[in-house]
Design a binder for this molecule. Structure first.
Ligand SMILES: *Cc1c(COP(=O)(O)O)cnc(C)c1O
Length: 375
């Protein structure tokens, strides 16, 4: 099918059909792993840092999923984010959440400290205070649900207010994924992914992407990859595209596991708070329901006990991996404040739990036995 025909399909079909080579007798079903540092002269690519057939295949797929005209693959999610900040002029004002993904927050703190950018770190659950900052902002950086506080930000309202104020909007859509929200449809200028997480989905590659409908913006970002040099490996790009084939299946299972485990965790006597926007009692449930199709597969929960005891809970799991990261087929968890760069607004006793696709009762049995470490 042509890319135009694919755009009419459901996302579950798009992930299977996108980014395939053109049909011809004995043609390949899958794109090649294009291992070339250079090309015969006279064509469009020219050199291995400028383009690659395998990148193009996965970029086509991500564009389709995010309903964007163009996407650019980077060597990691953070490389993609770094490129976004690099296109801003010296001294530009960025408004950012105070407790988003710690890598992004640290990068912004460094840009702020060096004076390259002026960053307003705000509480994005306070929609009006973000809106009142927009007249002095060049770029609004959004992440929702936030990592790891799982706050759902009013994307429709903030994106439209930012566009009215003439301010650029970037959304990190890693947690929600295009199954649950498509920020370009809400008017965002750039959607970013840590492809490392749900899109690739198997904890075996690091990659990032930027998608946009704005052709001049696309050219500027492409230049940042070309001259910044943060290019992905063709093997990683191929592996991630293979992962995308099952992205919808994996996400559906992981989300339904997460919903069930969030319910069970909220009844557990040693758990003082569960953050999951799918729970009707969650403070962000109504906001999430108003514009998201699903609630994602990360649960953050707080356990009564010392940091040491909570670290012991994480280490005591057998099926669930004690590790950082998220979005893979395997469930994993960690106490986030074990990292010194994690925002101090995140409680010390918060465990971020990336729910995988295992059997839900096996996962629950593992959680129950691990929680016995706190008494
Ligand atoms: C992991 C993550 C990133 C960074 O991506 P990498 O691929 O690790 O560089 C950015 N944003 C969010 C929300 C993430 O979870």
């Amino acid at each position: 099918m042509s890319d135009g025909d694919l755009s009419k399909l459901n996302i579950a079909s798009q992930v299977v059909a996108a980014g395939r080579p053109k049909k011809r007798p004995d043609g390949e079903l899958n794109p090649p792993i294009a291992l070339n540092s250079t090309y015969h002269a006279g064509g469009e690519i020219g050199y291995g840092r400028y383009g690659n057939e395998t990148w193009s295949a996965i970029e086509t797929a991500i564009s389709l999923l995010e309903n964007g005209k163009q996407s650019i693959l980077f060597s990691s999610g953070l490389a993609a984010i770094a490129a976004v900040f690099e296109i801003l002029p010296e001294g530009a004002v960025v408004t950012s959440p105070h407790d988003g993904y710690q890598g992004t927050m640290e990068l912004l703190r460094q840009h702020h400290k060096s004076g390259r950018l002026q960053v307003n770190f705000l509480d994005f659950t306070d929609t009006n205070s973000v809106i009142s900052s927009l007249s002095k902002t060049q770029m609004l950086y959004l992440e929702s649900p936030t990592n790891p506080a799982l706050e759902v930000i009013d994307l429709p309202k903030l994106i439209s207010a930012a566009k009215n104020a003439g301010c650029g909007v970037v959304v990190d859509n890693t947690f929600a994924t295009p199954i649950n929200q498509q920020p370009l449809n809400l008017g965002a200028d750039i959607v970013m992914h840590s492809v490392t997480k749900y899109l690739a989905g198997h904890s075996d590659v690091l990659l990032g992407s930027l998608s946009t409908n704005d052709a001049p913006l696309h050219r500027r970002l492409l230049e940042r990859r070309k001259y910044g040099g943060a290019i992905p490996g063709p093997v990683e790009a191929w592996i991630a595209l293979r992962g995308i084939r099952t992205f919808v299946l994996r996400m559906e299972r992981a989300q339904s596991n997460a919903m069930e485990l969030a319910k069970r965790l909220s009844k557990h006597p040693k758990v003082s708070r569960v953050r999951y926007p799918g729970l009707p009692t969650d403070p962000f449930h109504n906001m999430a329901k108003s514009f998201m199709k699903g609630f994602g597969a990360v649960i953050s929960f707080e356990v009564d006990g010392s940091n040491e005891k909570i670290d012991q809970v994480c280490a005591a799991s057998k099926l669930i991996t004690y590790s950082t990261s998220l979005g893979g087929v395997e469930s994993l968890w960690e106490r986030r404040r074990r990292w010194s760069t994690e925002s101090t607004s995140i409680p010390e006793n918060l465990i971020r739990f990336s729910v995988g696709i295992e059997n839900v009762d096996d996962l629950w049995a593992d959680i129950e036995q691990a929680l016995k470490k706190v008494n």
